[in-house]
Design a protein around this ligand. Structure first.
Ligand code: HEC
Length: 498
């Protein structure tokens, strides 16, 4: 210590015993004072917890609800502003009239934090002046730890009503709780070791929801392309390399996952592949991802669907108008030509009784009905004009109505399958380039993804630095009204659920 050195030098300079004794006393006093002073500094220092600041994990009641009670619930309870009720965790996680207020583990993507951090954010009346930096920090830590509630649980961690959304223009998978219509997870593929060029093409979910699978490709040739298996907590538990993985189909009765080939259109990979690469459908054993290749004569067999009876899986070539019929029991592959106009089917959907299948034709801009009650003798029935670029199709309940997202028409066409005609269409200013469509498990709600490619619809939560969001329209099936518009990463595309 500095005082020590000074005292020693002084003592050798004046070696008289009397002075030495006095000096020693002074030195001792200085030493004690010095160390006390230094210790005091430490106690008051930045790292040292004080009573006011919580240490360890932030808990909901003690640190978050009390904050909301003091600063927010004057406006956010009862007839709550924007429908966001902050009077309890149960209310908070139901979000606002527009969607989720926060995304567990992602403070950076949470509306609540982004609003709190911007001073002049119109239209939130308070802006940053509502919360101190310390309070914002505490909110962020709590969200980063999963936005856990009173019972220490992550919002909707045990919910069975999940829908998975892929994004054509971002390395993201968005997960929605479909009964509340809120975003509950936003998975960044880069967090799983993929590059920013990775894209999830499609998702399929186990019937009991315990595991789900994603086909992950890249916009650049020679980067990792896989089918990945995730558990309920969204941990990546296994993956297997598959080039250009396309659609995924969980077989209704067998331990099998079918993987088709994605059509290579707008990237550099098409120049690097030989035609032979693209002539197979891959079959994985779901339990261990053991891979079998099923040769297909024609390139780019993309759509996939199965009869619920499990005796046939259907695909179709996006290069030559051929239907592909796979028999799971024998692994036989047979082909049937498509009749009449050139269709090039991109999506299939099968009725719950296994009698009918609609397909959306990329070339014909039509939806076509097949009678598949005898899978050995596929019968092509009728085609209906959908408008430019029909995409994902889904059957409604009772095998009656069929919903088709039509990208170029900015509409969902609703087919009455019994009458064989277009019944009506659903349009909305936010339905900009709709591509994906799915139903909630109780069939009450339709979820339609809109790419919003031209940024025609400005997001409600869009900040100036954000790209135009991909949209998920939440539509009440009975009234055909758009209830909510969820905002997520750009290019929201396929929808998958159980
Ligand atoms: C003086 C009233 C008032 C107070 C106090 C207030 N808010 Fe708000 N808040 C509003 C209003 C009004 C809106 C809707 C603004 C709009 O139309 O976008 C809103 C919107 C929000 C939204 C966005 C909801 C959505 O989905 O668009 C969040 C998140 C939010 N408030 C959080 C908070 C938090 C956290 C606090 C406390 C720190 C708070 N607010 C305090 C009035 C208030």
């Amino acid at each position: 210590m500095g005082t020590d050195v000074g005292v020693h030098r002084f003592m050798t300079f004046r070696s008289h015993s009397y002075y030495s004794a006095r000096l020693l006393l002074i030195a001792a006093f200085l030493l004690i004072m010095g160390s006390w002073w230094l210790a005091g500094c430490e106690l008051l220092g930045e790292d040292v917890p004080t009573l006011a600041e919580p240490t360890g994990p932030v808990t909901y009641e003690a640190h978050i609800q009390s904050l909301f009670d003091r600063k927010c619930i004057a406006c956010h309870s009862g007839e709550a502003a924007a429908g966001l009720d902050l009077s309890s965790w149960d209310h908070l996680i139901q979000g606002s009239d527009r969607g989720e207020a926060l995304i567990p583990f992602r403070p950076d993507k949470s509306v609540m934090i982004r609003l709190a951090e911007s001073y002049d954010r119109d239209p939130h009346p308070g802006g940053k002046s509502q919360l101190t930096d310390k309070e914002i920090g505490r909110l962020k830590n709590w969200i980063a730890d999963g936005a856990r509630g009173p019972l220490n649980s992550v919002p909707y961690a045990s919910s069975a009503n999940r829908l998975y959304i892929t994004h054509a223009s971002a390395p993201v998978i968005t997960i929605i709780e479909s009964s509340k219509a809120v975003i509950i997870a936003r998975l960044e593929l880069e967090d799983y070791g993929f590059t920013s060029r990775a894209r999830a093409r499609h998702v399929a979910v186990e019937p009991d929801g315990t595991f789900w699978y994603a086909s992950i490709s890249s916009t650049r040739w020679n980067e990792r392309e896989v089918v990945a298996k995730f558990n309920r907590s969204n941990q990546l538990v296994a993956m297997v390399p598959v080039p250009d993985p396309g659609q995924l189909l969980v077989h209704p009765t067998r331990d099998e996952l079918y993987v088709s080939v994605a059509p290579a259109i707008d990237d550099d990979r098409i120049f690097h592949r030989t035609p032979a690469d693209r002539r197979e459908i891959v079959r994985l054993r779901r339990s261990d991802l053991f891979l079998t290749r099923l040769p297909v004569t024609y390139r780019d067999a993309y759509p996939l669907a199965a009869r619920p009876q499990g005796d046939a899986v259907f695909s179709s070539s996006m290069e030559v108008d051929q239907m592909v019929i796979l028999k799971p029991a024998s692994a036989d592959v047979t082909f049937t030509p498509v009749l009449g106009t050139k269709h090039l089917f991109r999506h299939f959907s099968v009725s719950s009784d296994g009698r009918w299948m609609w397909g959306s034709g990329y070339w014909s801009n039509s939806a076509t009905l097949f009678d598949i009650s005898n899978p050995n003798d596929l019968v092509q029935r009728q085609s209906l004009w959908m408008g430019f670029d029909p995409r994902q199709i889904v059957w409604g309940p009772d095998d009656d109505l069929v919903y088709v997202a039509v990208r170029g028409a900015d509409a969902v066409q609703v087919i009455n399958s019994t009458l064989g005609s277009v019944d009506y269409q659903i349009v909305h200013p936010a339905m900009q380039q709709p591509v994906g469509i799915g139903l909630s498990p109780n069939d009450s709600t339709l979820f339609v993804t809109a790419e919003n490619t031209e940024a025609t619809w400005r997001g409600h939560h869009q900040f100036p630095e954000d790209p135009a969001p991909g949209l998920i329209l939440v539509i009440d099936r009975a009234s055909r009204q758009v209830r909510k518009i969820l905002e997520s990463a750009t290019g929201a595309s396929a929808v998958a659920g159980r």
